[in-house]
Design a protein around this ligand. Structure first.
Ligand SMILES: [Ca+2]
Ligand SMILES: [Ca+2]
Ligand SMILES: [Ca+2]
Ligand SMILES: [Ca+2]
Length: 370
């Protein structure tokens, strides 16, 4: 009995060990994957114990996956929020290269009407999120000068809206804006635009005040300075350099005007010096009308000219002897001519037409008794 009992207890122990091994095996399987759940009804006690064991495990797994799911959902939500919050900013691009962040756009435009409504620049932008881009310009001055026309989602043309005058302002610093519509109202990416106004020859020289009527003594020596002219031209470089000429088209009656005077340009001083170059003669010509031309040094077909008209009055000097106009060669005087009576009338005029020299008469010889 004891043997039996012992043999039966051995057999039970064996059974128990077998069960345990099986249980362990199943547990391992179970823990490896939750799909194995279905064939647990092999042995009741085992299943029970297994269930007991695995039930705990399953519970734990459900909690874990719920947590995982929750975490994933939260991450998804956060991702969404993050994505909208971290909209990637657009940026300006040049046509083929990215801009250096510090560099500004430099545009050169000729002054004057020829540049009006011309396309002066082509804008490119880039947005990592491919948002449609809007270009603009800041400030009233910028809006006054530029018109920006959108071409596509990331391109725009810049037109000059206003006629520029270099002589008033030769450059403008403007600020271009770029938004993807997500940066928020009033937020822009900006880029500095330097607008350089280039010169054209649109100004004629302007004379400084000068004497329009000048009196010159007829005996003035050739080379005498008559007047200095000064004309300023506000254009740049050669467009603003001035030289002087006498207008040959004005001919006085003797056609001596161009020889009688000459004008010399003093380079670098904007001055023209009018000198006498011939010998004046009041008796021959007492009035000269001159036209002084101030011309800039642009190419011949685009030169600009101003004229100064002056009158030169020749001043008479007493350089001519008087001339008798009537003098009888023989005069008869009757004997009874009373003393103090009329003997002879002579007249003379001064050779100088302008100077009202008084003519004095004297009898030089043979005047005894007269
Ligand atoms: Ca964006
Ligand atoms: Ca101008
Ligand atoms: Ca000029
Ligand atoms: Ca100019």
């Amino acid at each position: 009995m004891k043997t039996f009992s012992s043999s039966s207890s051995v057999s039970r122990r064996f059974e128990r060990e077998k069960d345990n091994r099986e249980l362990e095996l199943r547990r391992r399987k179970c823990c490896r994957s939750t799909i194995i759940n279905n064939d647990h009804n092999h042995h009741h006690s085992i299943i029970k114990s297994y269930h007991c064991n695995c039930h705990h495990h399953h519970h734990h797994n459900v909690n874990k996956s719920q947590l995982l799911l929750t975490i994933i959902i939260i991450i998804e939500i956060l991702n969404g929020v993050w994505a909208t919050r971290t909209n990637l900013s657009p940026r300006f691009k040049s046509d083929n290269n990215d801009f250096d962040t510090q560099s500004e756009i430099i545009v050169r435009v000729k002054e004057g009407a020829s540049s009006l409504n011309k396309e002066i620049y082509h804008l490119y932008g880039e947005d990592p999120d491919n948002d449609p881009l809007t270009f603009g310009v800041l400030g009233t001055l910028g809006k006054d000068l530029l018109r920006i026309e959108s071409l596509s989602n990331n391109e725009a043309k810049v037109y000059l809206k206003k006629e520029l005058d270099r002589e008033i302002q030769d450059s403008y610093t403007l600020v271009l804006t770029l938004t993807d519509g997500k940066l928020g109202k009033g937020n822009y990416i900006t880029k500095s635009l330097l607008l350089i106004v280039e010169d054209i020859n649109d100004n004629a020289p302007i004379f400084r005040p000068f004497r329009t009527a000048i009196l010159v003594k007829e005996n003035a020596k050739p080379g005498t300075l008559i007047e200095t002219f000064e004309a300023f031209d506000s254009d740049e470089g050669r467009f603003g350099q001035v030289f002087y000429q006498l207008d040959d088209e004005i001919h006085d009656t003797n056609s001596l005007g161009s020889n009688m005077f000459s004008i010399q340009t003093v380079d670098g001083m904007c001055k023209g010096i009018l000198r006498l170059s011939g010998q004046l003669d009041y008796e021959r010509k007492s009035l000269y009308q001159l036209r002084i031309l101030a011309i800039d040094r642009a190419m011949e077909d685009s030169r600009k000219t101003s004229t100064a008209a002056i009158v030169i009055q020749v001043e008479d000097v007493d350089d001519q002897p008087p001339i008798f106009t009537s003098i009888p060669s023989i005069t008869r005087i009757s004997e009874d001519t009373p003393i103090g009576g009329h003997v002879l009338q002579v007249t003379a005029i001064d050779g100088d037409k302008g100077v009202n020299n008084p003519i004095t008469y004297r009898i030089i010889k043979g005047g005894n008794g007269l």
